[in-house]
Write a protein that binds this ligand. Structure first.
Ligand SMILES: Cc1ncc(COP(=O)(O)O)c(C=O)c1O
Length: 470
């Protein structure tokens, strides 16, 4: 089987001579990419322009952006006002670090994020992306416990198949073994527990989502007990887990995890790198689920991808011991909280307010779900799940037994056929097998029924063909 972390070569176009593609093949080291594909006569796909929900390649072909770039372009492509906000800020002050100094857009954005964040999560540490935010949160958790007299609380708990980023610490927290193996040894002390994939719940819990949620949450308590509560610093989880194909929290699950964290004095970290900024219909998914974590990590949709930015948001309680004497958090990034990015984020949040993007998602998520659910009449579609504008479609060999594909079949299905066929049919989305094979959809938040129908029609035709060639 190919490394499931490799992005499927769905971007393959016909072979041909193309100067830009040749140059990419020769010099660009693409992320999570199986480069051999581009030495086998295929061109590197080159996306040159975006407008609303659509992207265009260098041959002028149009594709529906079913993944908002990479779960990022919430407000849609081609927003002039975001480009203008970046240009204005670059003219005024292109760069200054947040190392003991501040600049106005970082201050204004921090205050605004504190206002949106649940509970007393009022302290914002800026990064350039999600992995850095996760890395930051683990380090904060460790130092917090050292400062408050519990220096052995250093371990972290996270969930199987979850992706939390590529820095060494974040990769330790990640629960995808093939993504970790090439880089081991990683940071020790990262323990894994079950995720909330209800479709793959233990047999005896398959009819009762609530009991499944309690069972899954209690595995966290069990892991804390097993490791020793005085050694565990934090639990990291996404409210709706992306990797594996959009696992929403069962009813009562997040509340139960909150209780367990309180019981054992363990920090609850919600990794909202994808979930925040409207993806689940609220600024933060944890607000929608009405549970307040100790820390939120986020990135991506904060600027709708118009400039790189992430952050860690900590509660007043976590920041408290960092306020005194000679204490400081010896951690930072040159470009964390970059003035251009923070200016773009403010303009992006203005769009969220003016166009009520969160309300739009809440009003339309049901229609999106029911449109995708029509695909359940296909023999290959086992499950459709998710929340907001964030869905996974699990593909199976047998709907009745829920039998999945073996490694060779998954390789043939996802990389050999589906990824290319979807892209050729005008739909950019992700066919993924970090868990069981799924198709993932997370369109820009401006999409509506016409776009849902377009997605459904393309998927119906490509999945029908996929079944016939299996
Ligand atoms: C939940 C989660 N955490 C962390 C990351 C890493 O973010 P970045 O690629 O910005 O470092 C991602 C990226 O997709 C993610 O989905």
């Amino acid at each position: 089987m190919g490394n499931p972390m490799t992005i499927s070569p769905q971007f393959v176009t016909e072979a041909g001579q193309d100067a830009l593609s040749d140059s990419a093949r020769n010099h660009l080291w693409m992320h999570f990419t199986r480069h051999s594909v581009y030495y086998e006569g295929h061109n590197v796909p080159i996306i040159v322009r975006g407008e609303g929900c659509y992207i265009y390649d260098d041959r002028g072909r149009r594709y529906f952006d079913g993944l908002a770039g990479l779960f990022t372009v919430q407000a849609g492509h081609g927003r002039k006002e975001l480009a203008e906000a970046a240009a204005r800020q670059a003219e005024q002050l292109a760069f200054f670090p947040l190392w003991s100094y501040a600049h106005p857009t970082a201050i204004e954005l921090a205050e605004r994020l504190a206002h949106y964040a649940p509970g007393d999560l009022n302290r914002i540490f800026f990064t350039t992306g999600g992995g850095e935010a996760v890395e930051t949160a683990w380090k904060v958790a460790k130092q917090f416990f050292k400062l408050t007299g519990r220096p052995n609380k250093t371990k972290v708990i996270s969930r199987n198949i979850a992706y939390h980023g590529t820095p060494h610490g974040a990769l330790s927290i990640t629960g995808i073994p093939p993504a970790k193996e090439p880089f081991e040894p990683l940071v020790p002390g990262a323990v894994k527990v079950p995720n909330t994939n209800f479709y793959r719940a233990p047999e005896h819990l398959r009819d009762d989502e609530k009991s499944f949620g309690i069972w899954a949450a209690d595995r966290i308590a069990e892991a804390i007990e097993f490791e020793g509560p005085d050694t565990v610093a934090a639990v990291f989880l996404e409210p709706v887990q992306n990797s594996g194909g959009c696992f929403p929290p069962p009813p009562g699950y997040l509340e139960r995890v909150r209780e367990i964290c309180d019981r054992y004095d363990v920090l609850m970290v919600a990794d909202e790198t994808i979930n925040a900024f409207g993806r689940i219909g609220d600024m933060f998914a944890m607000s929608r689920y009405q549970v307040t974590p100790d820390i939120i990590t986020t990135a991506k949709g904060l600027t709708s991808g118009y400039s790189p930015l992430g952050c860690m948001i900590a509660s007043d309680r976590i920041f408290e011991p960092f306020k005194y004497g000679t204490t400081s958090f010896l951690h930072g990034f040159t470009f964390g909280g970059h003035p251009v990015s923070t200016a773009v984020a403010l303009a992006n949040l203005d769009i969220f307010e003016r166009e009520d993007l969160n309300g739009h998602v809440r009003r339309n998520e049901g229609a999106f779900y029911s449109t995708l659910s029509k695909l359940k009449d296909l023999p290959i579609v086992g499950d459709v799940r998710g929340a907001g504008y964030f869905y996974g479609i699990e593909l199976v060999k047998d709907k009745v037994t829920r039998e999945t594909f073996n490694d060779d079949e998954a390789e043939r299905l996802l990389r050999g056929f589906l990824s290319k066929a979807l892209f050729d049919s005008g739909l950019y989305c992700r066919a993924d097998d970090r868990g069981d094979p799924v198709i993932q959809l997370a369109p820009p938040l401006i999409a509506g029924q016409a776009e849902f129908d377009e997605i459904e029609q393309i998927l119906r035709s490509v999945l029908t063909e996929a079944w016939s060639i299996l």
